[in-house]
Ligand binder design. Structure first.
Ligand SMILES: [Zn+2]
Length: 469
């Protein structure tokens, strides 16, 4: 075909690397599976999607990774070439982009971010309207790009910083009289500058670790679900006699929490504290947690007069369920916590920190004392083990069929969560990685051991060697 022949359609197709269009976002290794050409094509495809809906204004943000400026520039160029008006909010955490979509009344938003992944990775998290863009719609973007079925146009690019408005919005919901001592760890991620501005105006005493945004992550990896990444925070909390330690992941949509004794509180423990306050104003409301959460959380929600809802793991899925059920609060073990009460229903870890500190500052009880009041949980952490992508869902299906044939009590909303007289165990396939995820929680140590045996037995029966746990 001649060059002029191709020019008749105005565009040629662009194929993304098959591994980067994922369930909840686009993610790849820069220069290998993800290039500026991909960013440009994504911009064109995304703008085409907006134009089909008769809309065109998109907010664009980026994290502090070294590759983010050039990916954002290519993305903006692609958006403009397909007729989108690009509102550039600049450097900041992913939830600042979510905020910008609401604040600016944009028709959608894209954040250039590699979240908590290694420095060489990067990617895109997207909204369409005020909803998360995920699953089939990400595949649709891939199809538009492959076909080269791009809309064309000349969209403007406008610098539209929202930093000050965002910090104001975060602080708006803080009220409390007790002075708190807090250590914060931004892990050199994209929250750093917002965190500095926010804590400068927050009552109490605040010590900041690694608040300089640095895409090389020179101190520790910005992923607070890994206990090793909380060691610096725990040390600083103990050394400074602080009551609370708070960490963020690389793009600020997940929170890590440590009490004054240096003990880690996971998402299902933090949610117990947050649910108490929310339910005091929304009696009977649904509170959503993912299938990995402790039974202690669901029991506590019920005890507080709320309606506990167990849902699928995955931030986009939880956000969608939350909107459907009008739930004021939701969360995941992984530290994604979502406030619709007083906020927009998305996962903003800085906002969650503000709400938690406000609860503590309005009362006399310390975080450690509050934790001591929680029902004891005898459980494993999240156990992740390798299983090929093409096999992982089939393994879970086979285990489910076997359990059902045996009359087990199974909740199959996401994998299998099996309740026995000893407690419960979970087996599910990750939507984002080639892994299976297991967890168990018993009423006592002996029961927990029996539950772990059940996981191992069930895996062996379908031909999978269980992990050591
Ligand atoms: Zn994140």
């Amino acid at each position: 075909m001649s060059a002029s022949g191709a020019a008749l359609t105005g565009a040629t197709g662009h194929a993304f690397h098959p591994t980067i269009l994922r369930e909840y976002d686009i993610r790849g290794i820069v220069g290998e599976t993800l290039t500026t050409a991909d960013a440009y094509a994504l911009g064109r495809a995304y703008a085409t999607l907006l134009r089909r809906q008769g809309t065109s204004r998109v907010a664009l943000g980026r994290d502090g990774r070294l590759s983010s400026p050039e990916l954002a520039a290519a993305l903006a160029e692609g958006l403009g070439a397909s007729g989108a008006e690009v509102l550039e909010i600049g450097l900041g955490p992913t939830p600042m982009l979510y905020f910008a979509v609401h604040h600016l009344g944009a028709d959608g938003g894209i954040q250039v971010t590699g979240s908590h992944n290694p420095p060489s990775h990067n990617g895109f998290k997207m909204m369409l309207g005020t909803k998360p863009l995920f699953g089939g719609t990400i595949q649709e973007l891939g199809r538009i790009a492959t076909e080269g079925a791009f809309a064309s146009g000349h969209g403007r690019r406008i610098q539209q910083p929202v930093f000050d408005a965002y910090v104001d919005r975060l602080l708006q919901d803080y009220a409390g009289t007790r002075e708190l001592r807090v250590v914060w760890d931004a892990g050199n991620g994209a929250t750093g500058e917002v965190l500095q501005a926010m804590t400068a105006r927050l009552p109490g005493r605040h010590e900041l670790l690694f608040a300089e945004i640095d895409g090389r992550f020179p101190n520790h990896h910005p992923d607070p679900t890994v206990p090793a990444n909380l060691e610096d925070l725990i040390r600083a909390v103990r050394a400074g006699g602080a009551e609370v330690g708070i960490a963020f992941d690389g793009d600020g949509d997940r929170i890590g929490l440590v009490d004054g004794q240096g003990r880690i509180l996971f998402g299902d423990q933090l949610l117990q504290i947050l649910a108490e306050e929310v339910l005091s104003r929304h009696p009977g409301a649904p509170i959503i947690a993912d299938v990995k959460a402790s039974e202690a959380l669901f029991a506590e929600i019920a005890r507080l007069g709320g309606r506990p809802v167990m849902w699928k793991t995955g931030h986009s899925l939880i956000k969608s369920a939350m909107a459907e059920m009008h739930a004021p609060l939701a969360g995941e073990m992984s530290g994604h916590i979502f406030y619709a009460d007083g906020f927009y229903g998305h996962d903003d870890a800085l906002y969650v920190a503000i709400r938690l500190l406000a609860i503590l500052a309005r009362g006399e009880e310390t975080l450690a004392a509050r934790r001591d009041r929680m029902a004891p949980m005898i459980n494993t952490p999240e156990l992740r083990f390798d299983c090929p992508d093409e096999a992982k869902f089939a393994v879970v299906e086979q285990v489910k069929a076997r359990l059902e044939a045996n009359g087990a009590k199974v909740n199959a909303i996401d994998g299998v969560r099996v309740t026995t007289p000893d407690g419960w165990w979970l087996l599910r396939a990750s939507n984002t990685q080639a892994v299976l995820v297991a967890r168990a929680e018993g009423h006592d140590e002996a029961g927990l051991a029996r539950l772990k045996d059940q996981i191992a037995t069930n895996l062996r029966t379908v031909g999978v060697e269980p992990p050591a746990f």
